[in-house]
Design a protein around this ligand. Structure first.
Ligand SMILES: *Cc1c(COP(=O)(O)O)cnc(C)c1O
Length: 360
């Protein structure tokens, strides 16, 4: 049948392609699949402020178990889990050491400074990845003139570093330094599973090294909402109080937790697919004359710089948008594309065709 009607097929294909929108602005843009929606719809629920939502309890326990930590706390966003973590790990006037590209510094509205009254010592790691020596050199002496260094915060993968990631041996070294110096160690693990599928390392090891870990379910894992903060029983008890104060106590949140559980069970291994696609996009871009540079696509993030004498970033974004491709500006000179669950193989093929046509 198909072979006897080639024209119809060809025409349909063209129509589809014209309509196909390719949205790579973020891996938060995914919509729950029918299977995830079914899991949400079927969730057993209760009032979580009374700790009576069985699905929220299950999600918290499962996430904690995956990372070898004692307890978890479900929150509406990764910003909230990070903000709570900074609050429970510090006192006002303390200092937090982190990379200058950190989400906690750049993209949380300055909240850490007002919510926790801390200052930040910003380091310039390699694409956001810190070394033990850089941290050691930036721990303040025990002298009343200096803020008291109290917390080190790592980001894995590092968004602004183009999806760069830590290996466990580095994390172990940093953790040993923190223990020796009496500092706490937090992980902004919004995309920690992207790092883990790439290194093949066991998430359980993380529990030995971090005091708190923030894990996002709404990025590559494809859930609509939610992050989990992990820590010891004692830390999570404090975190629960802070979440209440921040207005993050939710009621029948099991509908959302069910999506998170579904994501943990089904959407981790497939992140490798997103990474493979990101590498193909990066390679294609790196071979184009109008592109100045492309960061190595270590995971699912592609950051590239168009040549200044070709087009400015807003012009490139407009050209892309007019051709059904959405990407995000990343500073004045760079553009970011993030691959995700809703970016299909067909879209990848189509993206490459369009880029080759437009970027000349
Ligand atoms: C997305 C993200 C977060 C949390 O963002 P929310 O939108 O608040 O969930 C935290 N850290 C990093 C590195 C992120 O990319």
């Amino acid at each position: 049948m198909r072979k006897s009607a080639p024209f119809i097929c060809a025409n349909l294909r063209e129509i589809n392609i014209q309509l196909m929108l390719i949205d790579l602005r973020s891996d938060t843009l995914t919509k729950p699949t029918p299977e995830m929606r079914a899991a949400m719809f079927a969730a057993e629920i209760g009032d979580d402020v009374f700790k009576e939502d069985p699905t929220v309890n299950a999600l918290q326990a499962k996430t904690a178990e995956i990372f070898g930590m004692e307890a978890g706390l479900f929150c509406p966003s990764g910003t909230m889990t990070n903000q709570i973590a900074i609050r429970v790990n510090t006192q006002p006037q303390d200092e937090v050491i982190c990379d200058k590209r950190s989400h906690i510094y750049l993209y949380e509205g300055g909240g850490a400074m007002s919510n926790s009254g801390i200052s930040m010592k910003l380091l310039n790691g390699e694409r956001g990845i810190l070394s033990v020596n850089e941290i050691l050199e930036n721990i303040n002496p025990d002298d009343i003139h200096y803020p008291h260094t109290q917390l080190v915060a790592l980001e894995n993968t590092c968004n602004k570093g183009g999806g760069s990631y830590y290996r466990l041996d580095r994390i172990g070294e940093i953790s040993a330094l923190c223990k020796e110096k009496g500092l706490r160690l937090h992980l902004d693990g919004a995309r920690v599973f992207n790092a883990l599928v790439e290194t093949g390392e066991n998430p359980k090891e993380y529990g030995k090294y971090f005091d708190t870990i923030s894990v996002c379910l709404s990025k590559g894992l494809g859930a609509p909402i939610g992050s989990v903060l992990l820590g010891s029983q004692e830390t999570i008890k404090k975190a629960l109080r802070v979440r209440k104060v921040f207005g993050g106590g939710m009621r029948q949140a099991g509908f959302l937790a069910a999506a998170g559980l579904f994501a943990l069970e089904n959407n981790i291994e497939r992140l490798k697919e997103d990474h493979r696609k990101a590498r193909i996009i990066a390679k294609t871009l790196s071979e184009m004359a109008v592109i100045e540079s492309v960061m190595p696509a270590d995971t699912n993030i592609v950051i590239f710089e168009p040549k200044q004498n070709w087009k400015k970033v807003p012009e490139v974004l407009q050209l892309l948008a007019e051709n059904g491709i959405k990407a995000a500006p990343f500073g004045h000179y760079h553009i970011r594309m993030v691959t995700h669950l809703d970016f299909s193989e067909e879209m990848l093929g189509e993206l490459l065709v369009r880029l080759k046509k437009l970027f000349v």
